[in-house]
Design a protein around this ligand. Sequence first.
Ligand code: FAD
Length: 471
Amino acid sequence: DSAILWFRQDLRLADHPALMAVAERPILPVYILEDGPWAPGGAARWWLHHSLAALGRDLAERGAPLVLLRGDPRRLLPDLAAAVGATEIHAGRRTEPAGRRCDAETHAALQAAGTRLVLHRTALLHEPHQVRTGSGTPYGVYTPFSRNVFGLLEGLAPALPAPARLSTAPGAPAGLSLDELALLPRLPEPDWAAGFAAYWQPGEAGAAARLAAFLEHGLAGYADRRNDPGAAWGTSGLSPHLHLGEISPRQVWHAAQARGGKGLETFLKELLWREFSHHLLWHRPEMPEAPLRVEFAAFPWQPDAALLRAWQRGRTGYPIIDAGMRQLWQTGWMHNRVRMITASFLVKHLLQPWQQGEAWFWDTLVDADLAANSASWQWVAGCGADAAPYFRIFNPVLQGEKFDPTGAYVRRWCPELAPLPDRFIHKPHEAPEIVLRGAGLQLGRDYPAPVVELAAGRARALAAFAALKGD
Ligand code: FAD
């Protein structure tokens, strides 16, 4: 009796409870590209293309080629189950609202035909529907959440091995080719993501290699270097691999524990931020669109297409912002500290709605993750569950000087500023004319003049916040 293994955000063979549940039976492994709200953005589609290619190779090698489909699982899966005579479909549980709705409806559609949809925990360390506060409510604050989950994880089971051999269910349809899924832009559309390959190796092998390198070069220094955006191996760079489940958080958790040492606890806590954001999304499905603090729905944003564009393109005149936005554009990733600074600048100094920033990140991040992205944007904007207060406004010059004191990060992503002395690397607009000339820079020509004056931007943000509160 055969089964369908429906891959979603768990594109790996090792430590895959859903796969292990069916590995002894003839299986049909399938991936379905779904449309709908929050379908993968441009950078994520590049990653997905290469990740599916890697998964397809690994599955074919073990004897069960991956079938690619596009469309609505509610309609596709009943037919597929009938074609291969499958009585069960196994998959990983998901936290995204559209995915959950789809799963519930797929379950109902299959039941009519006598087929079961069985969901497993493949993407998270905790079960959002099971972990609760002492009074039985979902968590809204990170620290007690992480304390609880840390305790639960003391008994975390070891990671599962990858199955050595698989067999294909007879009657499997051919499906689409990877090119027919059309994840990559077609000519003459520009493919800005083509350069990502210099930074990333999507797929399970790439994820394992990155984890090994981080444990070797990064973990011991993690607590000290994780806020230095210019450091090599300051952070793991595992986020896109974790997002698509090319490696499981359980594998990362155990491997980091086995390595041990300084940096370990700080790193494990970051993994729990990922859990926390999924916990929030599970219990607050409105999070990607609507502020969790409802009073923020009336916030007096001042949408301005030119300001938004300057931010998106890294042309604000504030080097730490511009460096971050250009790192994002060129590599599909941005350092966490700089994500916080750029996000704060957009929603506070520029007074643009956080949803605009969230949408841009969604389209340009290779690790774009509905839970982490929306929880983080709400956190920065002050309207999230456990948010930084809105009136705490990062000054991008001081933040740059604090976290990139030598300017190494700015010089890398804004090379036109490289000749500036360290003293002015985060504030070219304050450099005397003679210094600018010495660096061969003319503001407004070689590098933008600031799009907003910091004190004025800050005052405007505070006034908007006061108006919201009715002060
Ligand atoms: P490391 O420091 O090595 O951390 C290890 C892992 O822990 C990460 O891979 C990630 O899975 C998880 N993690 C760390 N910090 C966070 C966090 N604050 N929230 C949730 N998980 C975390 N992360 C995403 O994965 N996808 C997003 O779309 C995303 N959008 C963000 C938007 C904004 C405005 C901000 C401020 C943060 C966002 N983050 C997002 C969180 C964080 O910036 C990234 O997870 C981190 O930079 C990834 O780099 P890393 O793998 O080297 O992290």
